[in-house]
Design a binder for this molecule. Structure first.
Ligand SMILES: [Zn+2]
Length: 211
């Protein structure tokens, strides 16, 4: 997220929790950024595990992740269509697992570990599945799952595992997340599993999602 202040920008990356604190409420003692308004209210940002915040003058930010993100289309845009998505699966992409393909190297800016769990579930693809084994029909399902899942997450105010500016959880009910691990898969009844993979947790149904 970018906040534009005259000639200066504040960029808040994934992993930064931003809260609005009204003037009469106590602010959290620990925080990494405090923006105080004239009426005494404030924006407070905290980072728990990882996350990045930057402040810079227009055009003076030399960060490859930020620059790539600015040049690529959002997965919610019309420009991000089936042809564009198929083009992302190049020789390098085919060597990756489904999770690595979707969520690393800024291939799809904005799509991270939290969002990809339900996307792969809807496409019946296991997070560890090699992209080299994905057939055209599955790639199309994956494209449609990206579009529909991200739209639902955006329209419903984010996932229920995240909190908004006012500390309220999002309205999108995650199928696969820490909220649903060890509960039955809504499709087949198998218990939803959690595993550590590539520096984060993956959640999956071992029956519905093909390895
Ligand atoms: Zn299942």
């Amino acid at each position: 997220m970018e906040i534009l202040l005259e000639d200066t920008r504040i960029v808040l990356g994934d992993g930064v929790a931003l809260r609005f604190i009204p003037a009469d409420q106590k602010r959290p003692a620990k925080h990494q950024l405090l923006v105080e308004f004239a009426d005494g209210s404030a924006l407070v940002a905290t980072v728990q595990m990882y996350g990045g915040m930057w402040c810079f003058r227009e055009g003076e930010f030399d960060n490859p992740y930020y620059q790539i993100a600015c040049t690529k289309p959002s997965p919610l845009s019309e420009e991000f269509d089936a042809v564009y998505f198929a083009g992302l699966l190049d020789e390098k992409g085919r060597k990756k697992s489904a999770k690595a393909f979707l969520a690393t190297e800024q291939r799809i800016p904005g799509l991270g570990n939290g969002g990809l769990q339900d996307i792969l579930y809807q496409a019946n693809i296991h997070p560890k599945r090699s992209m080299a084994s994905v057939i055209d029909q599955e790639l199309e399902s994956l494209f449609l799952a990206i579009k529909s899942t991200l739209w639902q997450m955006a329209e419903q105010g984010g996932r229920d595992t995240e909190k908004d500016l006012f500390g309220q959880p999002g309205g999108y009910r995650t199928v696969l997340s820490r909220n649903t691990v060890n509960t039955p898969c809504p499709r087949c009844g198998e218990l939803i599993r959690k595993e550590a993979y590539m520096g984060g947790s993956i959640y999956y149904c071992s029956t519905c999602q093909l390895r």
